[in-house]
Write a protein that binds this ligand. Structure first.
Ligand code: PMP
Length: 431
């Protein structure tokens, strides 16, 4: 890197800010589903800036919407005044959410969205007891970290919430994993009932879960999983929060929201990432009575600012007008069909799973299920060398995460698939 940006970064940014790659990349420009680094190398982006750039880069419709807002001179005024785009966006999202009598509060990130959701639920129920899933990730603020079921992402054990962790739907590593779907879901629901009875006083504020665990390695539960859990939650009138920060906006292909694969409607839904196609926006949707239960302002004055909401409205139009949910399903199936055969007993690929354009490839030591984080790191380096960016995750850091922009074409999917398959083979050859 010409101006030694990495050394400057290390000198003034925190040591705990993780960077990908032995030689970290500066994303210097982007167009469509491709980006260029500071040295001019081009990459096909199969991680979309951790799912933020869901339409890809340099999209004229988004640029125009943002430019028009900038030209008005109003970059941010104040949430003490009416913001037209904010109201329009809230109307759109309230309707899309499927939550009856829904109200929307905007934030700048997914972390703040979950923080707001926890504030609502704990205040509404006058309880700080929260149920979350093992292997979950909900953000990095004080409370969001406290409900993240992965110590690798929790910088502090101190937390304002009293959390109990429920078994997740991660079949590959679940003690119930061998059971058929319906029995698997029932076994976890029984476990939930036990956890409520043994670790809480019953008046739990909420349960929060990701429909597909993102940072946790795209761990994908069977359909109906959250339906089975909801039956138990209903017995105790415990509100359910669906963290759709990664699963929203049609990415899973089958549905617009991840929760819809489970025959439930959440009481609260949180979102962020893709909505602004890179601009900072997040938020929480809740039943009106829940949302209005606070008696004072919440979280921040900066969420739902005129620029981010302009970008978000244009992004939602784009997703609808180009039927990107259908594209996510089609291209996701194409990638899945190409990747599934790689998994076998004697290969480093132990499991391939996901929905739509959220695909996890779990790496293990051949002949068993021992996590192989070294192979994941080596494959990331290999794909980068060959011009493809992918992500990594999982409790043990051994899962490749494939989450391209929803605009990915068949040809680009084939190109990325070829690079990925060659890279896995190259690393497997050195094992
Ligand atoms: N929830 C989930 C499911 C996430 O994946 C993330 C981010 N990876 C967050 C919340 C936090 O979002 P943000 O990084 O925008 O604060």
């Amino acid at each position: 890197m010409a101006d030694d940006l990495l050394a400057r970064h290390r000198a003034v940014l925190p040591s705990w800010m993780a960077l990908y790659y032995e030689q970290p990349i500066e994303i210097a420009s982007g167009a469509g589903v491709r980006v260029k680094d500071g040295d001019g190398n081009s990459y096909l982006d199969f991680f979309a800036g951790i799912l933020t750039n869901m339409l890809g880069y340099g999209v004229p419709e988004i640029n125009d919407a943002v430019a028009k807002q900038l030209a008005s001179g109003v970059v941010h005024s104040s949430t003490l005044y009416l913001i037209r785009h904010q109201v329009e966006l809230a109307e759109r999202i309230a309707e899309l959410s499927g939550i009856p009598d829904a109200k929307v509060f905007f934030t700048c990130s997914g972390t703040e969205a979950n923080e707001a959701a926890l504030l609502l639920a704990t205040q509404f129920r006058r309880s700080n007891q929260v149920l979350a899933l093992r292997n979950s990730y909900h953000g990095r603020s004080y409370a969001a970290m406290g409900i993240t079921g992965n110590r690798g992402w929790s910088a502090s054990s101190l937390t304002p919430v009293n959390v109990s962790y429920v078994h997740n739907g991660y079949r590959y590593r679940s003690p119930f994993g061998q059971l058929p779907d319906e029995q698997f879901n029932a076994a976890i629901a029984d476990d939930l009932r036990d956890i409520i009875a043994t670790t809480t006083s019953g008046d739990v504020a909420c349960m929060i879960a990701e429909p597909i665990q993102g940072v946790g390695g795209f761990a994908t539960p069977p359909d109906g999983f959250f339906g089975a859990l909801e039956e138990v939650l209903d017995e105790y009138e415990i509100p359910f929060i669906s963290d759709e920060v990664q699963t929203g906006w049609g990415r899973t292909g089958e549905h617009f929201w991840g929760y819809q694969s489970h025959g439930i409607t959440p009481d609260i839904l949180t979102f962020a990432k893709g909505l602004g196609n890179g601009l900072a926006i997040g938020g929480v949707v809740a039943r009106g009575d829940l949302m209005d239960s606070l008696s004072a302002n919440s979280i921040s004055t900066f969420g739902g600012n005129p620029v981010s909401t302009a970008a978000a409205l244009a992004t939602l139009d784009y997703v609808r007008d180009h039927d990107l949910q259908a594209n996510a399903l089609k291209i996701g199936n194409q990638l899945m069909t190409g990747l599934r055969p790689l998994a076998s007993e004697d290969s480093i690929v132990g499991d391939v799973r996901g929905k739509g354009l959220m695909i996890g490839v779990e790496l293990v030591r051949p002949g068993g299920k021992t996590p192989n984080a070294a192979a994941a790191g080596a494959i990331l380096e290999e794909t980068r060398r060959r011009g493809l960016l992918i992500g990594k995750g999982g409790l043990h850091g051994n899962v490749l995460r494939i989450a391209p922009p929803l605009t990915l074409s068949e040809e680009d999917a084939d190109e990325g698939l070829a690079i990925l398959t060659e890279s896995i083979a190259a690393v497997e050859g050195t094992e």
